[in-house]
Ligand binder design. Structure first.
Ligand code: MG
Length: 262
């Protein structure tokens, strides 16, 4: 099931996306409004609205986004880094999250903004110290993410809080796919229609299971929390006016435009 979060007539709701989302067919998509929230048992209301009539929002509002760096060997190498012995984990704050179609505001303190297309894991239930065999049980589904990074700031500041945590640095969407094997999916990033990144999740140094075990050794994850799994090679600059799109096989496309911060 594809679960979207959206606003219509000033109300916010979740809905199940129905129909064919093949390129050019998006106009056929409808949302069956969910009664309640998708983090517990829920029912579909049967009330349907065309996707074109709503504004899609970030599919979740996470309490925290835990992101993993250098999880694709080729990407680590392109920035002159080794694959670390243990996964590098960092936070992106809840205020960095924006939805599909929302602007990415170029931060005033950077001259080198980069895109990073990533598979995002959406947590479905409160969990800690999750054993490997239980990881599937704590995952609600998967969505697309862009771990937008002020690369120059990342290089000159030891902690990445500003470089990767500024407002609008974490686009998520367009929806959560709940029926998906994350093991070998194509992850692509285009800028103004031109391909910049293309990798497969099978190239990840640590799998989704490895990462959830590693993170929950240290901290409790809450329903709606998001784990970013790292980016494949090909990261590169974003400029004001660019349209950046992250497409993940089996999920869909997350598109955002870069604007000057007002
Ligand atoms: Mg990243």
């Amino acid at each position: 099931m594809r679960i979207a979060r959206f606003s219509i007539d000033g109300n916010v709701a979740f809905g199940a996306v129905e129909g064919d989302s093949a390129p050019g067919a998006e106009g056929e998509l409808v949302l069956d409004i969910i009664k309640g929230i998708p983090f517990a048992d829920f029912e579909l209301s049967g009330t349907k609205v065309p996707l074109g009539k709503v504004r899609l929002l970030p599919p979740v509002l996470p309490n925290k986004v835990v992101a993993i760096g250098r999880n694709y060997a080729e990407h680590a190498a392109e920035l002159g880094n080794e694959v670390p012995d243990a996964p590098v984990a960092f936070f992106k704050p809840s205020t960095s999250v924006v939805g599909p179609g929302d602007p990415i505001a170029y931060p005033s303190f950077s001259q080198e903004l980069h895109h990073e297309a990533e598979l995002a894991v959406v947590i479905g239930r409160m969990c800690r110290e999750v054993p490997r065999e239980r990881v599937k049980d704590v995952i609600l589904g998967y969505t697309c993410a862009n771990d937008v990074t002020a690369r120059d700031v990342q290089k000159r500041e030891n902690q990445w809080a500003r470089a990767k945590g500024f407002d609008s640095s974490c686009p998520l969407g367009p929806w959560i796919e709940t029926e998906l094997d994350p093991g070998d999916l194509a992850v692509e990033c285009t800028v103004n229609g031109e391909r910049r990144q293309l990798g497969r999740t099978s190239e990840m140094v640590r799998s989704v299971e490895d990462l959830i075990v590693h993170i929950t050794e240290a901290m409790t994850l809450l329903p709606g929390d998001v784990v970013l799994t790292g980016t494949p090679a090909g990261v590169g600059p974003l400029n004001v006016g660019d349209e950046v799109a992250v497409t993940i096989e089996g999920i869909g496309t997350l598109t955002n435009k870069v604007i000057k911060r007002g």
